[in-house]
Design a protein around this ligand. Structure first.
Ligand code: DC
Length: 226
């Protein structure tokens, strides 16, 4: 007799910038045969669209109109997950420092959160997915079966982000530390869906762990579930 297929679950991974969520989420999704959903890319997509149209990050009416007009799709491809904005692949434009700052700013605004809440819930409808973000386990999917909160020391997170930035967009490490601290503050202190661990999340400090070690801990935790 073959053993029954495990149930399709929703896995959420929240945590601050640079904790390693993206690498770990991708690996974990691969292991589980699940879809991987990078919700930060959706906020970055809205930021990019707002910048292209000259909409200020505190212009709620402008952001609302924008959200009602744009179409965002996350498409898995051989080159990884790609973000399509109105049918155009904008993935390569999402990681710069200006888009990063704007994404943090627009993510505090109600029309943007409401728009993406609906979109994310629709993407999670069939379960069988790993969702990475800031409020996955607390707000978007409070009923997720598996929740993780991934953190790491700020110096280590800044070091990782610094290494990821394109050479032409790479400031001194101290600047990246300051930018990450500012973004942590913005993302954790905003009124709407602030970054914080869900009470039922398993917390992992990844400062001294490789992505594979983090994933091994996560899989061990999932294996122990009923
Ligand atoms: O994960 P990231 O660095 O790509 O996210 C970019 C910004 O988007 C981040 O500063 C905060 C926001 N964000 C959010 O508010 N909620 C999420 N679920 C994901 C990202």
């Amino acid at each position: 007799m073959t053993s029954p297929m495990p149930p399709l679950r929703l896995v959420t991974i929240d945590g601050p910038a640079g904790a390693g969520k993206t690498t770990v989420s991708r690996l974990l999704a691969q292991h589980l045969g699940y879809r991987y959903v990078d919700t930060g890319a959706l906020y970055r997509g809205v930021a990019l669209a707002a910048m292209a149209e000259g909409i200020a990050p505190d212009d709620d009416a402008g952001l609302d109109r924008l959200c009602q007009r744009i179409r965002l799709e996350l498409t898995p491809t051989e080159r990884g997950l790609r973000l399509m904005l109105d049918g155009v692949d904008v993935t390569d434009e999402l990681r710069g420092r200006e888009v990063t700052r704007m994404a943090s700013a627009v993510s505090a605004r109600q029309p943007v959160r409401r728009f993406l809440l609906n979109l994310q819930r629709a993407l999670g409808k069939n379960r069988g997915a790993v969702f990475e973000g800031r409020d996955m386990g607390t707000v978007v999917f409070p009923d997720a079966e598996v929740k993780f909160f991934l953190d790491a020391a700020v110096e280590e997170r800044a070091r990782r982000r610094h290494a990821e930035l394109a050479e032409s967009d790479r400031p001194p490490l101290a600047t990246v530390v300051a930018e990450i601290q500012r973004r942590d503050r913005n993302d954790s202190s905003r009124q709407l869906a602030p970054l914080k661990p869900a009470p039922d999340a398993m917390r992992i400090d990844a400062t001294d762990l490789t992505p594979r070690e983090v994933v091994a801990r996560m899989l061990a935790h999932i294996d122990r579930l009923p």
